[in-house]
Design a protein around this ligand. Structure first.
Ligand SMILES: C[S@@+](CC[C@H](N)C(=O)[O-])C[C@H]1O[C@@H](n2cnc3c(N)ncnc32)[C@H](O)[C@@H]1O
Length: 217
């Protein structure tokens, strides 16, 4: 049973997030994990000529790729984040548009060598709807990579998530968690040729690792 996403309400939540998360002085950087400088980098994208980040947030990863000569585009639900990140990275040629990823992909006619999400829209969107759309937007030989926290054992599928604090106005969204083998199955069912999902260990034993998923056309 699909959960009742309320995109206008989720937009307000992410606008509030933007005000606290955007750091105007932050430099371009590309990191799949929640630990700066830890884990693999942009090489997982395989040296694309073009790349799309879904749920690009602060745009730091897009800015990093733009500095490497990649033609980059981003989409994000939060108008505030798009304004902040768009202004910050426009001088590097970064193009960021506002939209919910599903509607945005339906309207977009481009093909990309790489589509990726770093704790971004792939975490907050029903994979049964998202993955076929991503597959349609990949050029031959293209790759889809995303990272997010691994599932908590026994808690699989869509999960409700309140904006922090558990007090005040009820703002919430949904995020999606599955075991690695289930992510792989969802991707191959959506038409990807290969899919590999793995949990990358945190820098310290016992700390939260990172699910990194790579799927190829
Ligand atoms: C936790 S942030 C991480 C983003 C990015 N990796 C960064 O470094 O800022 C998640 C982002 O996903 C965006 N997002 C959530 N749901 C989305 C959707 N349905 N479509 C597009 N973007 C979405 C939010 O607006 C937010 O900026």
């Amino acid at each position: 049973m699909p959960v009742p996403h309320d995109i206008p309400a989720e937009t307000k939540l992410w606008d509030a997030f933007a005000e606290s998360a955007f750091e105007p002085d932050a430099e371009p950087s590309f990191c799949w994990t929640q630990y700066a400088g830890h884990g693999p980098g942009a090489e997982l994208l395989g040296g694309p000529e073009s790349a799309l980040e879904i749920g690009c947030g602060t745009g730091r990863a897009l800015a990093y790729l733009a500095q490497q000569g990649v033609k980059v585009s981003g989409v994000d639900l939060s108008p505030r984040m798009v304004q902040l990140a768009g202004d910050r990275w426009a001088p590097l040629g970064v193009r960021i548009e506002q939209g919910g990823v599903l509607d945005w992909l339906v309207a977009d006619e481009s093909l990309y060598d790489a589509v990726y999400s770093i704790f971004g829209a792939a975490w907050f969107t029903d994979p049964a709807r998202l993955f076929p759309l991503v597959r349609e937007h990949l050029a031959p030989g293209g790759v889809f990579v995303f990272s997010q926290p691994p599932a908590i054992p026994g808690a699989y599928g869509p999960q409700g998530m309140y904006k922090g604090g558990f007090a005040g106005k009820a703002m919430f969204t949904y995020r999606y968690s599955y075991r690695p083998a289930v992510w792989e199955r969802l991707l191959t069912r959506a038409g990807f040729g290969t899919a590999k999902a793995e949990v990358f260990d945190a820098p310290k034993a016992g700390h939260i690792g990172t699910l990194i998923v790579t799927a190829r056309v």
